[in-house]
Design a protein around this ligand. Sequence first.
Ligand SMILES: Nc1ncnc2c1ncn2[C@@H]1O[C@H](COP(=O)(O)OP(=O)(O)OP(=O)(O)O)[C@@H](O)[C@H]1O
Ligand SMILES: [Mg+2]
Length: 285
Amino acid sequence: MSIPEEIDFEVDADDLSPLAADARPLGAPSLVVDDLYITYRVFGGKRVGAGVGAPPSLLKRLLGRGRTHVGGVTSVEAVKGISFVARHGESIGIVGINGSGKSTLMRAIAGLIPPTQGAVYVSGDPSLLGVNAVLMGSLTGERNVMIGGLALGLSPEEVREKFDDIVEFSGIGDAVYLPMSAYSSGMGARLRFAISAAAVPDVLMIDEALATGDAAFRKKSKDRIDAIRDQAATVFLVSHSLATIESICSRTLWIHQGKLVMDGPAAEVCAAYKAFVKAQDGASR
Ligand SMILES: Nc1ncnc2c1ncn2[C@@H]1O[C@H](COP(=O)(O)OP(=O)(O)OP(=O)(O)O)[C@@H](O)[C@H]1O
Ligand SMILES: [Mg+2]
């Protein structure tokens, strides 16, 4: 499984309307995550802190947290007892430091990894904006629209019907007939978002995929997310850009070391998380 590319970007406050994360009436529950545990098993890993002589360094101990090593198999407890309920029409941000379990939680909700313990109940079809994983740089944008559309559960006819809209939304024009490897990173990101947003699933998960170039396109992406929410879907947005989360999400979950440490209004959770990151940053100097 590939870990999505880390792209950090900031949204200018001017790009987005201040009323973006408005409160709107919420529907019935669309998703229930009940005491979810996900443990990865990695074969052939090296024991963390293994070595002769000196005890493991602080760094090694920190990196090794949540890992156990038995007989050549390392277990990584990526999600440890997370529970929450999401509703139709809700947009939920997910924050947390690298390796805290955000992508793992999204993959589990999308049904891509089975729970080790606990359960995920989803009404309708969840879709992880994970088209990144299936797109191929050596193929043209056109071919990738087809592959990505199929990966999202659209039929070939549906993809053909939506093709022009997808290309128009992406704004990359004739470049769609070039191999994706010839795209700038912004162009690639625009096409990925356009493909991903072509389907309207019941639960849409966007993991870092909003890191899409210029201000105009981010505004367009945000409008598209709002439209998806208006169709009563639930949208999850994993991002390291708190400005993006605050402008798009009404509610935010903060995950730390596989546990849900805070769940509440986006502004409050982002403020608490920001304070935590700042304190950590100070402590590590
Ligand atoms: N396929 C995998 N096999 C084994 N361990 C994994 C796998 N994917 C993730 N992990 C481990 O699970 C933990 C959580 O990873 P995850 O990708 O969910 O974090 P994240 O919060 O999405 O981080 P980031 O902000 O860097 O994207 C990490 O310790 C990571 O090393
Ligand atoms: Mg991740």
